[in-house]
Ligand binder design. Structure first.
Ligand code: ZN
Length: 497
């Protein structure tokens, strides 16, 4: 079993972690809040963790990947009033809340399929785990770390911080959190503003509500992940993932809840992907730059110059290391589209290349270089899942593959071992680990059929030495953006610009 190492946001507390225990690995990723259609911001975490999931499987681990669905009307406490997004929207759209949850869950699954993301092993929902959440809240109260006020229950952060390192994950200082929060009106229900809700009493207008020992209400957002991750992965599991924006307060709160209720830190490794900006700006409703995934794939948004295919977006995301920020622009997406095409064409060539037969004429230096670039891919993935460096190496190998086709590099210059490694590396990395796949539209198939017919006719007229007609065909195709090229081997290829 290959040893896995990667950095984490808790690296300053490295000594408390152990290596992953083969063969079983538990991976928990915070899933979407299904109160609206998935947008570009959702693409990055789920593609990032899909690659991590695929890579762990590739290494031979038996991975249980749990990704939840937040459908219990996750409420926010910005401003003073708790709000239930799903209930509000259901009222607006005159739908049953679970109808809305289903609609957006279906759309989310559709987008994940477009991106070729593997489905998780378990996809639990918050509404399906109300009992587990209530029992965890009761436990925290019994141990004295939560209190009830008028039908709502809050976690006592000040008391927790006396004994445990609140802020361990995000680096926030508890004194600052308590300090900045004083004298705010409307916060009187809580003992401190830093306290967070475990259970919230429902105002009369909220439709999503469940009975509890504290009256009718709904669970806090943080508690669902603690309840569901411990139910399916145990008190302590290997990797907890999510976007950087979830580090605080969501994951910090999960740590506090689990430390009290279960006596353990929930995860041994925390992995957070950085955010996507659009033309250098944060994505947000106030900037009017939220691009839904359906708009991205259709090109139907004022910020988009054209449609971008799911694989182009996936490739674009993987070309940057997940911990770096990633700026989305038409220019960058179009460059990614070209890059992916270049890589995929080389992969198609590689699949067709015959195995080297000769045993003489091997180019030792070339073989060593190819093998080094191939083997490095594994080192890059083990070093904090550096997909950007893996892709850079595949780009280094691209001209070699193209030269093998054109004849600039003779097939017998490669040893059969090197050739096999090259093929294996491309298949494993491009398809199995990075999860890229060929995207062929029906339109492309039709065009290919028509072009096959035209080129056959051209071949016929050429064999009859009717070069005038042959040239006319080539020139006419050129005028509509299709380039025909007569190759040295006598075949004719074409490409559409
Ligand atoms: Zn979560």
């Amino acid at each position: 079993m290959a040893e896995l190492q990667f950095y984490n946001t808790l690296s300053r507390k490295k000594e408390i972690f152990e290596a992953l225990n083969p063969p079983h690995v538990g991976l928990y990723v915070c899933g979407p809040t299904v109160s609206g259609e998935s947008h570009l911001g959702h693409a990055r975490p789920f593609i990032t963790f899909d690659v991590i999931y695929r890579y762990l499987i590739h290494l031979g681990y038996k991975v249980r990947y749990v990704r939840n669905i937040t459908d219990a009307g996750h409420f926010e406490e910005e401003g003073r009033k708790a709000e239930d997004k799903i209930s509000q929207k259901a009222l607006l759209e005159r739908l049953e809340p679970m109808e809305l949850v289903q609609k957006y869950s279906n759309l989310f699954h559709w987008a994940m399929q477009q991106f070729n993301c593997l489905p998780p092993s378990i996809e639990p929902t918050a509404t399906g785990h109300i009992i587990e959440q209530i029992s965890m809240i009761k436990k925290i109260m019994e141990l004295g770390y939560a209190y009830e006020v008028d039908g709502s229950v809050y976690f006592d952060v000040r008391k927790y911080a006396e004994k445990y390192p609140y802020g361990i994950l995000s680096g926030r200082k508890i004194d600052d959190l308590l300090e900045t929060t004083r004298n705010l009106e409307g916060q009187d229900e809580k003992r401190n503003k830093a306290d967070f809700a475990l259970w919230k009493k429902t105002p009369p207008e909220h439709i999503m509500r469940w009975p509890s020992p504290w009256g009718e209400g709904f669970p806090g957002w943080h508690i669902e992940c603690s309840a569901m991750s411990s139910k399916y992965l145990g008190k302590q599991f290997d990797i907890h993932g999510g976007g950087m924006d979830l580090q605080f307060p969501h994951h910090e709160s999960e740590i506090a809840q689990s430390t009290i209720a279960l006596g353990k830190m929930p995860a041994r490794y925390w992995v957070h992907n950085n955010m996507i900006t659009i033309n250098g700006r944060k994505m947000g409703k106030s900037y009017n730059n939220v691009i839904k995934l359906s708009e991205l794939f259709s090109g139907n948004h004022p910020l988009l110059e054209k449609a971008y295919s799911p694989m182009t977006v996936r490739f674009f995301i993987l070309q940057t290391h997940y911990r770096s920020t990633l700026d989305f622009s038409n220019e960058a997406l179009q460059a990614a589209e070209k890059g992916l095409n270049r890589l995929w064409s080389a992969y198609e060539i590689l699949k067709m290349l015959p195995e080297p037969l000769h045993t003489t004429g091997e180019n030792k230096g070339l073989n060593e270089q190819i093998e080094r670039w191939c083997r490095e891919c594994d080192d890059f993935m083990k070093d904090d899942f550096n997909t950007a460096k893996v892709l850079a190496n595949l780009f280094e190998l691209t001209p070699i593959i193209n030269s093998l086709k054109s004849g600039q590099i003779k097939p017998n210059e490669l040893s059969s071992n090197t050739f096999a490694l090259l093929k294996k590396t491309w298949k494993e990395y491009l398809e199995d680990i990075l999860g890229l796949k060929e995207e062929k539209s029906l339109q492309d198939d039709k065009l290919a059929g028509v072009m096959g017919l035209i080129l056959n006719i051209r071949k016929d007229v050429r064999s009859k030495k009717d070069y005038a007609t042959s040239d006319k065909i080539r020139q006419t195709l050129e005028s509509v953006g299709i380039t025909v090229k007569d190759e040295k081997d006598g075949n004719t290829s074409w490409s559409a610009n």
